[in-house]
Design a protein around this ligand. Structure first.
Ligand SMILES: C[S@@+](CC[C@H](N)C(=O)[O-])C[C@H]1O[C@@H](n2cnc3c(N)ncnc32)[C@H](O)[C@@H]1O
Length: 470
């Protein structure tokens, strides 16, 4: 296929594939030139307008569907064409899972790993109302506050009245909070002029339908925020209201300090047998249902009675909480001071002795003695994956099982290849769909020392309700 180069204007294209690295689907025109178009479903014939053509990519905007793919579904969200949140919403959910599975196969093969140990993708069921954390930028329309998500490739806010991937209690709270803020004449912050107060609303909903609200403002000014916070507790389900001041321009959502205005300082989340107390801005998975699914998969990969469990990149200690009843001792390592504080707050609640080390995983494992036989390690690094030295040093500690969670396909496949090249055997890769209607997929992989005989079986897809390609 060739690329269009500088040609602009309208044309009809056929969609060939979804992309693992971009929100856009890949299509070709009748001359065989490649076009990227958001909202395309493989098999569609689409009328598009070429909007930009760089050296590497030609972007087109979907005008109309000339002939739909059999995998096209009606996207239920009215702003799907402009909002950046759910680029795959017109793709049938089983087809989304098939594509994610295909992306995992390709990523593993790119690093020389055969996908024989790969299970189908575990679905989010149902694939809507799954997010329990929402950061929604604020704008103003006709003097009233609006919130939504950013328009694609822009900082313009698309108003979203009911975000269908966000928890229903959270959405009701969002509407109630906005109405109340409006009645108190809170003004939207304007990035260009620097005027106005409210930049972003952060909402976090627990599995028990309690909502924490964080008002992220550009400048605290003279407003009586504690009084406003107390008033916001009247919104149904809202139990905690905090204020965060972020006066910096740019994409960082939160400023350095968050203060409680009214209500509870923490939200209570049940994780397996443990109740976690989480500050509203603490790192936690963005979906309670997704977090439960991850915990379920990781549990199925670890036997009971693990003498030592290392929870590396522990965040607020989610995996330690979910797995501590399988371990005799737990060690959590987390670099972020707020995360490490949350881990320490967990110590008394865990059913086994535990320790928290606040610091860098690479440095900690470099100082760690060889692990006791049967020790297990859970690694959940950020998107960039493991630092260069971690695979080598970790394998030298002789863990009996390693569970790697990867939220980024490319770095996840690279890390698996590194661990294998250091002497571990890849026993199972379980992709979990934490973000329906996007290209993202989480991998949960089990590795054991290469000289261990029969690897334990991968979790049964039927047991976890998997759909998609086998
Ligand atoms: C993907 S999150 C995982 C959090 C946690 N496992 C959970 O599920 O809630 C990655 C975590 O690693 C922490 N982190 C990033 N780099 C680190 C490093 N070099 N050493 C220790 N922690 C690190 C981040 O602060 C973040 O909390």
């Amino acid at each position: 296929m060739r690329r269009i180069g500088g040609k602009r204007g309208r044309r009809t294209v056929t969609v060939d594939a979804l992309s693992a690295t971009s929100d856009a689907a890949l299509a070709h025109d009748d001359d065989g030139a490649v076009v990227e178009v958001i909202g395309g479903v493989p098999g569609d014939r689409l009328d598009v307008t070429i909007v930009a053509s760089g050296r590497a990519r030609v972007h087109a905007e979907l005008q109309s569907v000339a002939s739909p793919s059999i995998d096209r579904v009606d996207a239920p969200c009215p702003v799907v064409a402009t909002c950046s949140g759910c680029p795959w919403q017109s793709v049938g959910y089983d087809t989304q899972l098939d594509w994610k599975h295909r992306f995992v196969v390709e990523a593993l093969r790119a690093y020389g790993l055969e996908p024989t140990c790969l299970t189908p993708v575990l679905p989010m069921d149902p694939p809507f109302r799954y997010r329990t954390k929402l950061q929604t930028p604020i704008s103003g329309v006709a003097g009233a506050l609006r919130s939504g998500l950013y328009r694609r490739r822009s900082h313009e806010v698309v108003t979203v009245d009911d975000c269908l991937v966000h928890d229903a209690h959270g959405e009701a709270a969002r509407r109630g909070v906005l109405a109340l803020l409006d009645s108190h004449q809170v003004t939207p912050h304007d990035e260009l002029t620097g005027l106005g107060e409210l930049r972003t609303l952060l909402l976090r909903v627990t599995g028990g339908a309690q909502v924490a609200v964080v008002l992220i403002v550009a400048d605290a000014g003279r407003r009586d925020w504690p009084a406003l916070g107390a008033a916001l507790l009247a919104v149904p389900a809202v139990v905690s209201v905090s204020l965060n001041v972020n006066g910096e321009r740019g994409n960082r959502v939160l400023g350095p300090t968050t203060v409680l205005l009214a209500g509870r300082p923490t939200l209570t989340e049940r994780v397996g047998p443990v109740l976690m107390e989480l500050e509203p801005t603490a790192f936690f998975q963005t979906s309670v249902r997704g977090a439960e699914r991850l915990a379920q998969v990781v549990r199925s990969l670890l036997p009971a009675g693990v003498p030592l469990l290392l929870d590396l990149y522990a965040g607020a200690g989610f995996f330690a909480a979910a797995l501590a009843d399988r371990a005799e001792r737990v060690l959590m390592v987390e670099r972020d001071p707020a995360g490490a504080a949350a881990c320490r707050a967990l110590l008394q609640r865990l059913p086994c002795p535990a320790e928290v080390i606040e610091g860098d995983v690479a440095q900690l494992i470099a100082q760690q003695a060889r692990l006791p036989a049967g020790a297990a390690v859970v690694l959940d690094p950020p998107r960039a994956g493991l630092a260069d030295s971690v695979a080598e040093v970790l394998v030298a500690l002789a863990p009996t099982r390693v569970v790697l969670l990867s939220c980024h396909l490319e770095s996840g496949a690279r890390d698996l290849a590194r661990l294998v090249s250091e002497g571990l055997r890849l026993c199972s890769v379980t992709p979990v769909d934490l973000f329906p209607h996007t290209r993202h997929v989480e991998l949960v992989s089990l590795l054991v020392p290469a000289d261990v005989g029969t690897p334990p079986p991968a979790p049964s897809p039927r047991e976890h309700g998997a759909k998609g390609a086998g």
